[in-house]
Design a protein around this ligand. Sequence first.
Ligand code: CA
Length: 232
Amino acid sequence: MWRSGDLRRPTVLVVEDEPDIADAVQARLEGEGFDVSVAIDGPAAVAAALHGSPDLIVLDLNLPGFDGLEVCRQVHAQKRIPVIMVTARDHESDMLVGLGLGADDYLTKPFSMRELVARIRVVLRRSATTEPTAATIEHAGLTLDTDRRLASYHGAHIHFTPTEFDLVRVLVEAQGGVLSREALLHRVWGYNDSNGSRTVDSHVRSIRRKTGDDLIRTVHGVGYAVSVAPDS
Ligand code: CA
């Protein structure tokens, strides 16, 4: 499941202030072959993320010190580390803010360990640069360097999160073809979930905040597509 030749165990930082949950998650992830470290409050999470450079952070939202959104903000100001946000709050607004801040996925407590592991593997697979050769995709003013995962739009560098990059790439590769939210969810996130269409919508909103509204068009009742001309 990890590419051959990559013998290093992936590292996961688990940020969780409830000891029972932290212990259970750590034990399960170690059993799945991850190197796991744990932080129990906001400031410790930021320090561990910046010094330890984990491959991924499983980030509880409600934390002592400061919350997971602030952790995300401070970490991503310095390093692009994929984040799976875990929230006990059943508030969509928190989730949307989290995704807007660069969380790649989210889980609502209580979650199953099996689902957590599956989500971690998807996010890690997506964030790994596995392409052996540089490839550049250009479309309507957008340039994607899929090897270095860099993007620019009309000459200006755009910083996409790993998930946003993959979402844009899938749309661009469809060359203007319309993809349903379900298809995007399946191809970018790797799972089918009827509630997940909101995840797609919030990522599209985040992308539009960076590129403006012209790049990705909404096809009402169907899904999303890239515009076929820059100013259409
Ligand atoms: Ca908590």
